[in-house]
Design a protein around this ligand. Structure first.
Ligand SMILES: [Fe+2]
Length: 381
């Protein structure tokens, strides 16, 4: 493990009913006219109304539909300006939270989003105060200082990273997740699980990220089947929600690995949810990485409560991890294959070439050759 930097992020406010603390937090931030940025589905499900009744002075803008784009962010910013917003509450999954982060940043920084994607930490002014209220269990965006958006000019996803994007607080209330569809719990939970395990195996892992990632693996492995089976299981949903936030706090510091390099490449080209792509790639990537850093599988096996005694041969420990992860994903019903989406077999080499060059590959235990990535894709197909 080499030298590293780790920073503690937003305040975490956790608990069933914690949404009742939102008003107090906004007051502490000096806000009189908050704007809630959320998506149409949460408005329809009545979740936005529940948040609104906790902060009746807020204006609710429920027009996030899909991933953030420069156009969506400028509409969100306009809504904040139209209502004289002095703080923002992001209610939703990664798309709503990233849209809100970017709108808050542009409220106080001139220029175009794409201009800030070129250099890290180029947002010079703090954005409008932001409180993130996540309603999925995977993106971790509530804890990070990054945001992703689609740029129509460059036809690609760009990322902005700056302390000035970081929410002031992440308010985690598992009762707000009681209408989350099982498929979304499974997909976003698989994303968090993949990020946690890849984070432990990553060349960027350190003592702080290990502590958070391994606790996240512990919580996800015991809670995910229950949370997928019953969205009203507040205890299980709460464990998933806390695990996702822990992963969010750690992941930008450790980096991820080959499963994310492939999942993020697939996400740009095929209609496959990010967490599902992670779940599909995790098994093949674990089998390959077990041959590179088998000793790093020991703490993961312990966190999963999996496998042979600690003195067993490392290859057996790694195999136990891969099997336990496979069972966990199967119990969450994310045991898909790439051909199901469909990803045509003829496209696999192109995907392999792009994933090989993806920045997430740089923190895999070792960078994989194109032929190795192709092998992973063929195994997952
Ligand atoms: Fe991810």
């Amino acid at each position: 493990m080499s030298n590293y930097t780790f920073a503690v992020g937003p305040a975490v406010v956790y608990g069933p009913g914690a949404i009742s603390e939102l008003g107090g937090w906004l007051h502490k931030l000096g806000s009189r006219r908050p704007v809630v940025i959320t998506d149409t589905a949460l408005a329809k499900a009545g979740v936005a109304d529940r948040v609104h009744s906790a902060v009746p002075q807020a204006h609710v803008w429920a027009e996030v539909g899909g991933e953030p784009s420069t156009e969506l962010v400028s509409r969100a910013l306009q809504a904040v300006r139209d209502h004289g917003g002095d703080a923002v509450v992001a209610l939703g999954g990664g798309s709503s939270i990233d849209t809100a982060k970017l709108a808050c940043a542009l409220a106080t920084n001139d220029g175009e989003l794409a201009g800030y994607a070129a250099d890290w930490d180029s947002l010079s002014n703090p954005g409008l105060p932001l409180i993130a209220v996540p309603t999925t269990v995977g993106s971790g965006s509530e804890m990070t200082r990054g945001a992703v958006f689609k740029d129509p000019v460059q036809h690609s996803k760009l990322v902005i990273v700056s302390d000035n994007l970081s929410p002031r607080a992440a308010l985690l209330d598992p009762t707000l997740l009681d209408t989350l569809p099982a498929s979304v719990t499974a997909a976003t939970g698989s994303d968090a699980l993949t990020q946690a395990i890849e984070g432990v195996l990553s060349t960027g892992a350190n003592a702080f990220t290990d502590a958070l990632h391994l606790q996240a693996v512990r919580m996800i492995s015991r809670a995910m089947p229950r949370a997928v089976a019953n969205s009203k299981d507040t205890e299980a949903m709460g464990e998933m929600q806390q695990a996702a936030a822990m992963v969010g706090a750690a992941l930008a510091r450790s980096g991820v690995g080959a499963a994310h390099a492939v999942a993020n490449t697939l996400g740009g080209a095929f209609p496959i949810p990010h967490g599902v792509a992670c779940a599909i790639m995790l098994g093949p990537v674990l089998r390959l990485n077990a041959t590179i850093v088998p000793e790093r599988f020991v703490p993961i096996a312990q966190a999963l409560g999996a496998g042979p005694s600690p003195n067993a041969p490392l290859a057996e420990v790694a195999q136990a991890v891969t099997e336990a992860v496979g069972k966990l994903l199967a119990s969450a019903q994310v045991a898909w294959r790439l051909r199901d989406f469909p990803v045509p077999a003829g496209e696999l080499r192109r995907v392999a070439e792009q994933a090989h060059a993806h920045s997430d590959m740089s923190t895999n235990p070792r960078p994989l050759a194109v032929e190795e990535v192709l092998g992973l894709l063929e195994e997952a197909w």
